[in-house]
Design a protein around this ligand. Structure first.
Ligand code: SAH
Ligand code: DHB
Ligand code: MG
Length: 257
């Protein structure tokens, strides 16, 4: 087990840090048994199908699972399915009768995800919808979808501002919204960064900052995926971002807008 002692070379600023982040991830994956045949086979099937290995880490999957359970989520919305790895973590947190709707652009990704969800015995709880997420979100809204208790945003970063707007329309006071990949090696502090994904995330945070119904906790993370992080956001009514307790309790299960 490597330690942060004097043997850590300071001449290579990136590699030693990422090595220890990975070692710590591995330590917890083993100690806490954060893998199982269904998750392992999901990763194998993604590799076999040539899907990119950009799923959440096992530790992040555990955190998604825990947040969903802490939230008592019956209805979960995921934007960006890929091979269904994060979908499995989220769907496993659902109580009997709970539902996960997950949105994916690529039919091939959706097909891999459906097979993985089937293998994990979660098909009865999960619906994979294929198409541009903005269209699927508008469709959900048009269907009169009941509000979601948890929303996980993890598709194309340029569209995060739009996804936030739709997530809010599909929310109720108390809904929690989690967004992946919002720290991006720290590049998000650069207002002039040329990457449109960075600019998308910056606009996303600008919207969050301006929206009095939302309380935002940005979380910087390190691990097998390098240096990145989440925004964890709670929809509130009558309280502001400083968390002043103007609301006595969450109103019942009604949409915000
Ligand atoms: N949540 C997954 C990873 C998602 S990767 C996990 O952690 O396991 C991002 C996914 O979003 C990819 O599968 C990509 O095809 C999909 N995507 C990209 N643009 C999209 C769009 N406009 N609408 C819906 N899905 C999109
Ligand atoms: C990418 C997308 C993700 O959602 C992620 O977690 C990591 C990388 C990407 O598109 O490269
Ligand atoms: Mg991601």
């Amino acid at each position: 087990m490597p330690t942060r002692g004097s043997e850590t070379p300071r001449s290579d600023p990136a590699a030693p840090d990422s090595q220890i982040w990975e070692a710590v991830d591995r330590y917890f994956v083993d100690l806490l048994a954060l893998t199982d045949p269904a998750l392992d086979e999901t990763l194998r099937s993604m590799e076999a199908a040539g899907l990119p290995a950009i799923q959440v880490s096992a530790l992040q999957g555990r955190l998604l699972y825990l947040l969903a359970q802490m939230q008592g989520a019956h209805r979960i919305l995921e934007i960006g399915t890929l091979g269904g790895y994060s979908s499995i973590w989220l769907a496993r947190a659902l109580p009997l009768g709970g539902r996960l709707i997950t949105l994916e652009l690529e039919p091939r990704h959706a097909e891999v995800a459906r097979a993985n969800l089937e293998r994990a015995h979660l098909s009865d709880r999960v619906e994979v919808r294929v198409g541009r997420a903005v269209d699927s979100l508008a469709q959900l809204h048009a269907e009169g979808s009941r509000p979601f208790d948890l929303v996980f945003i993890d598709a194309d970063k340029e569209s995060y501002p739009e996804y936030l707007t739709w997530a809010l329309r599909l929310s109720r006071p108390g809904t929690v919204i989690v967004a992946d990949n919002v720290i991006r090696n720290g590049t998000i502090v650069d207002a002039h960064h040329p990457d449109p994904r960075v600019q998308g995330i910056r606009r996303f945070f600008t919207l969050l900052a301006a929206e009095p119904r939302l309380v935002t906790a940005p979380v910087q993370m390190v691990g097998t995926k390098g240096y990145d992080g989440w925004a964890i956001v709670r929809v509130v009514v009558g309280a502001d971002a400083r968390g002043e307790p103007r609301e006595r309790r969450d109103p019942p299960n009604r949409a915000v807008t």
